[in-house]
Design a protein around this ligand. Structure first.
Ligand code: BES
Ligand code: MN
Ligand code: MN
Length: 476
């Protein structure tokens, strides 16, 4: 693969000035993002299907306006995928940019300080320059849109240093079920040397980091059934299995006293992270006190023998996301419920396979159920974990880009979150993904009052063009 050399790109060092461009177009760059944030593209709720389609059309409009070619909205069995490309020279490397325009539901809506789909800029302690408050501001409209605006800079400067393809989907928040068949069907169209994604975070605005790992996911729903109808808890209580009591006990038994997960075979094959890598991880700034304070907890907890950053990145977890059954209305109703339910997620690390874990969980959970109840387990979406290496030239290019715009080197960090399609990109397209995320953990993604720093938005737009430049030139 030929790379652009310094010789054939004489002005390499001054060939672009993203900072000035951003300075000169600040208001427009914000207003264009605001327009996208006003569209409630909630992929999980069919009531918003028209808005999701409207958002896809808006992205298509931006791609066409930027002069991208072969811009197309591909319908799927679910929400559409928007594609556009700029192919400058087949001898140059090709970067595929991936992002998502769908967002999580805004509930609980009453906990928002303002309308989740009417963006406002407000200052916070962490974002003294202001942050954009809206659902999707950080995850992922704000971060995805940085890429289109970074491309605008390349175009404006008259130098697109490599081939760039954009694929923006509308179903990431619901498991990307229709993206897998799409990438399999369009392998040629999506052929690339590397994939570039901004859908993760960094340590702090003055401590940039690049995500080198994502956890996988296995998600199941369990249903425990006792008696065939809800019963009077006085007449029957004490003599009948209460599915809620039993479910609570069963869930309680899924961790041992050392915080380890008891599901039979759960840790089989889990890649052991070397002491060297753990020592390197420990160098990233982290304060347990600040962590506790930021989410108002008296102390942390988790698997014995691991630090908080390790527990949220290199170790697998099991968590109840929701649990219900019986009477949950106003006041008291004396009842033994017929059924109890829980939604359980397991975050996975390299060496674990979501289907295998789902199977192991199902076996284990069925085995620990007492004879007095029956258990039904329904698997939801899942995803494979992912790791990338800092020796990868694309990683090096990203690293150099951060150093250029932040003035300090970026730290490699494994994230606890999941983007299931990333491992599939590697399997199907044979390309690694570089995760250049600019969000902060405190940005409240998926939560009420989600926001994205104005600094982060502009810094992302400023940094991305340098990635292309260094990647096309080749970093030593
Ligand atoms: N962008 C997030 C994932 C993320 C956020 C990774 C921050 C690392 C740091 C993504 O949109 C997301 O929410 N993923 C889901 C999984 C998906 C299958 C619903 C997740 O991690 O829960
Ligand atoms: Mn996301
Ligand atoms: Mn998300």
């Amino acid at each position: 693969m030929a790379r652009l050399t310094l010789e054939n790109n004489q002005n390499s060092n001054e060939y672009m000035d993203p900072k000035s461009f951003i300075e000169n177009h600040k208001d427009r760059l914000l207003n264009e993002l605001f327009e996208l944030l006003r569209i409630p593209s909630i992929s999980a709720d069919p009531a918003y299907n028209d808005d999701v389609a409207k958002c896809a059309a808006a992205i298509e409009g931006h791609m066409s306006a930027l002069g991208l070619e072969n811009v197309e909205v591909f319908p799927t069995a679910g929400h559409p995928i928007v594609y556009g490309e700029c192919l400058v020279d087949p001898s140059l490397p090709t970067v595929l940019v991936y992002g998502h325009y769908d967002v999580q539901p805004a509930d609980p809506i009453e906990l928002w300080d303002a309308d989740p789909f009417e963006p406002v800029i407000k200052k916070t302690d962490i974002h003294p320059e202001g942050a954009i408050f809206a659902r999707g501001a950080c995850d992922d409209k704000g971060q995805m849109f940085m890429h289109l605006k970074a491309f605008e800079i390349l175009k404006a400067e008259g130098d697109v240093p490599c081939n760039i393809k954009f694929m923006i989907e509308g179903e990431e928040e619901v498991g990307s079920m229709n993206l897998e068949p799409f990438i399999k069907e369009h392998k040629e169209k999506l052929a690339c040397d590397v994939i570039l994604i901004s859908d993760t975070g960094m340590i702090a605005n003055d401590v940039p980091s690049i995500t080198t790992g994502l956890r996988g996911l296995s998600y199941v729903e369990v249903e425990v059934t006792g008696p065939n109808r809800d019963l009077h808890s006085g007449l029957y209580g004490g003599a009948v299995a209460n599915p809620l009591n039993i479910l609570a006990q069963m869930i309680g038994s899924l961790h041992d006293e050392k915080g380890a997960i008891t599901v039979e075979g759960f840790y089989d094959g889990v890649e052991v992270v070397s002491d060297e890598e753990r020592a390197l991880m420990a160098k990233a700034p982290f304060s347990q006190e600040a962590f506790n304070a930021s989410i108002a907890i008296p102390s942390g907890m988790g698997e014995q023998g691991y630090t908080t950053p390790e527990r949220t990145s290199i170790r697998p977890t099991l968590d109840v996301n929701g649990m219900w059954g019986g009477y949950i209305g106003e006041g008291a109703k004396t009842v033994i419920p017929s059924k109890a339910y829980a939604k359980i997620s397991m975050r996975l690390v390299p060496g674990q396979d979501p289907d295998d874990i789902t199977e192991k969980f199902t076996k284990h959970f069925t085995a620990i159920a007492p004879d007095s109840v029956s258990v039904k387990i329904t698997p939801h979406h899942g995803g494979l974990p992912y790791v990338t290496h800092t020796s990868d030239p694309a990683y090096q290019s990203a690293s150099k880009a951060y150093e250029t715009t932040f003035g300090v080197p970026a730290l490699p960090v494994r994230s606890g979150g999941s983007i299931p399609i990333v491992a599939l990109f590697e399997q199907v397209l044979g390309a690694k993904s570089i995760l250049m995320g600019f969000g902060l953990d405190s940005d409240a993604i998926h939560s009420p009052n989600e926001h994205y720093g104005v600094f982060n938005y502009f810094k992302g737009i400023e940094t991305i063009p340098y990635f292309y430049k260094y990647y096309a030139e080749g970093v030593d």
